[in-house]
Design a protein around this ligand. Structure first.
Ligand SMILES: Cc1cc2nc3c(=O)[nH]c(=O)nc-3n(C[C@H](O)[C@H](O)[C@H](O)COP(=O)(O)O)c2cc1C
Length: 352
């Protein structure tokens, strides 16, 4: 059995973290994973403070152990009307095809960076772990999170990012490899789109980060069962974080079209695109990615690109099509299993 000091300190049976997945999981998945002895995570970037409090209450009612609350730390872009206009123009042919007026807007997913309101929430709810994606909040907020007693985790996609996080007092670094599903957590490169193709894969990143920092390193990206977990351990990781592997469990909150795409996906079905949000993220290739991307200068900056796409997503999904939907998934997509998340996690743990 694999034991790590950090997971023992948190009262976990195994150093496995269920990846926080904004738009794809809530307390139900976190509780199921937690009951199996691993770390459950609730993604908060798209939730109101009231909703976060409800999810945490649900998690605690369901007998969860330690809990990870996850937040984004992007800098909201300055308003840029011409960039927004340019993105809408790039989508105009699709609006026409769908018979939608240009101005017509459906509310898209709102993604907010960690702020004073969310910090107060952390201080009130006192999760055992707080994890950050896209860097860290400013030092005053970070100090308050630390003072709340939470262990701080954050994603690094390069050795330089891992060192940057260590210098700012993070407790554990998550090494997010190129294979990973969802948004890439990179934050140091000025050119987040141009630099993305240089990102190392999990197998290369983990040992280099382990050598570079004195902190525990958690491997994330392309790990979906016992084999990946054992490989991560052999590379020197102190734990694993799995996201895609949970997407087909009944506890994941993704819709039926996303589930269908996951069931049909192959090992080469995913790629990294910035079309859906303005930042690079890995998902299953669909029509929008084939025709406008997968990477492009057109989208409005993160997180605004999704607003102009929202009416198209809504329209085409109502017709049974995921041509304009973000189908986030990592490269190990075919290893997803359609079984209960608690059972799945117990299987991984007992197989070690
Ligand atoms: C659907 C989906 C949504 C995600 N959302 C978040 C998020 O809200 N916060 C975060 O830190 N990471 C997010 N991630 C990235 C995961 O933390 C993790 O890096 C990734 O899932 C690991 O790779 P895997 O998907 O191959 O297991 C997301 C991943 C997926 C698949």
């Amino acid at each position: 059995m694999w034991h790590s000091p950090w997971s023992a300190e948190l009262g976990l049976d195994f150093p496995l973290i269920q990846a926080p997945m904004a738009g794809a999981n809530d307390a139900a998945l976190a509780s199921a994973v937690s009951r199996a002895g691993a770390l459950g995570s609730i993604p908060c970037a798209t939730l109101s403070p009231e909703r976060v409090a409800q999810e945490v209450a649900a998690f605690r009612r369901d007998g969860g152990r330690a809990l990870n609350l996850n937040f984004f730390c992007h800098r909201p872009p300055a308003p840029d009307a011409s960039r927004e206009r340019g993105w809408r123009d790039a989508l105009m042919a699709y609006y026409r095809e769908a018979g939608l007026a240009d101005a017509e807007a459906a509310p898209g997913l709102q993604r907010r960076p960690f702020d004073a309101d969310q910090c107060r929430l952390v201080e009130a709810l006192r999760p055992a772990v707080v994890s950050f994606h896209f860097g860290l909040p400013d030092s005053a907020l970070l100090d308050r999170v630390k003072a709340s007693g939470a262990k701080i985790l954050a994603s690094a996609t390069t050795v330089a990012e891992g060192r940057w996080l260590e210098a700012r007092g993070v407790d554990i670094v998550i090494a997010q490899g190129w294979e990973a599903g969802g948004h890439r957590g990179h934050f140091l490169a000025d050119d987040v789109i141009g630099s993305v193709s240089t990102h190392p894969a999990t197998f290369a990143l983990v040992p280099q980060l382990v050598d570079a920092v004195a902190l525990p390193v958690i491997a994330a990206g392309g790990i979906a069962d016992r084999r990946g977990t054992e490989a991560a351990r052999a590379l020197g990781a102190s734990g694993v974080q799995l996201g895609t592997a949970y997407l087909l469990t009944p506890q994941s909150t993704i819709g039926e079209l996303h589930r269908q795409a996951l069931r049909q996906a192959r090992d080469d079905s995913t790629t990294v695109t910035n079309l859906f949000s303005g930042r690079p993220a890995r998902g299953i290739v669909n029509r929008l990615m084939r025709e406008l991307g997968p990477l492009s200068d057109h989208p409005a900056p993160f997180p605004n690109a999704g607003q102009a796409l929202a009416p198209l997503k809504q329209h085409f999904e109502a017709l049974g099509s995921s041509d304009f939907s973000s189908l986030w998934a990592g490269q190990a997509v075919t290893l997803c299993q359609e079984i209960d998340a608690e059972t799945l996690t117990r299987q991984w743990i007992s197989a070690q």
